[in-house]
Write a protein that binds this ligand. Sequence first.
Ligand code: ATP
Ligand code: MG
Length: 270
Amino acid sequence: MEILLKVNNLNVEYTGKRIVQALRDVSFDVRQGEIVGIIGESGGGKTTLAYSIINLLPGNTRINGDIELKGKNILSFNEKELRSLRGREIGIIPQDPAAAFNPVFTIGYQFEEFLKSKGFFFGKEERVLFMEELLRKVHLFYPQRILKSYPHQLSGGQLQRAMIALTIAVKPSLLIADEPTSSLDVTVESQLMHMFLNLRKELGLTIIFITHNLGLIEVLCDRVVVLYRGQVKEVGDKTSVIFSPQDGYTKSLRDSFKAIEEVENGFVES
Ligand SMILES: Nc1ncnc2c1ncn2[C@@H]1O[C@H](COP(=O)(O)OP(=O)(O)OP(=O)(O)O)[C@@H](O)[C@H]1O
Ligand SMILES: [Mg+2]
């Protein structure tokens, strides 16, 4: 499979009162059509990695290394190239969907403004149909009601789906989902997993899926990057990383995952 994204010896440091080395010599690649999981504990550098890939880190960061999308180094992009990269080439679903929407405008209005900002200008009727179809794709089956709603009138799962619909509207080459299910309950989480698998099949999306849950990696991903304190501990096929982990940190992840599964399945002796 063709390589879509290549990250090579990426180092990211937050400077300020205290210097934090958030990523250290991170290297991995993502092939066309794959779902790659990034797993690691809180503070390990997952979100930093996501925003490095769209070259949108805050001003107080020092970044070096290479990030190539379709063979072009995005770290040397000019403003115009960056605008097309963010949101058009690469779509990102942020960790907190509620915060990503503006509370004073309806979802429909924000959807419309987003489409305009990405250069989609069609007539009103056509646009409404387009938005409704996208919302159905992410399993929001009453799209007219969703479009008329304000963010606070929707549940966390609905907002998350609306955000996904917005992101896939422009058919990005790469979709990055930053822990998209961490605030949702298990049923909604499992529906979303199926939705991601369907979207990949239907739209041929390539996805980077960030999580701290090995169970979700097992259901969804082809390959996994294990990130621990800013360093890549292991990269490999899902099955080999989960079932025969080489690294001590990956082993401990797998063991705690097995323990949770056993409790859920009632295998623990009391
Ligand atoms: N804007 C910032 N300024 C300074 N330090 C930061 C900033 N953002 C993140 N960090 C630090 O960088 C490290 C990596 O943070 P990051 O948010 O990338 O981790 P994460 O794996 O996404 O964690 P979580 O699972 O909690 O979302 C942490 O030590 C964090 O405190
Ligand atoms: Mg994060």
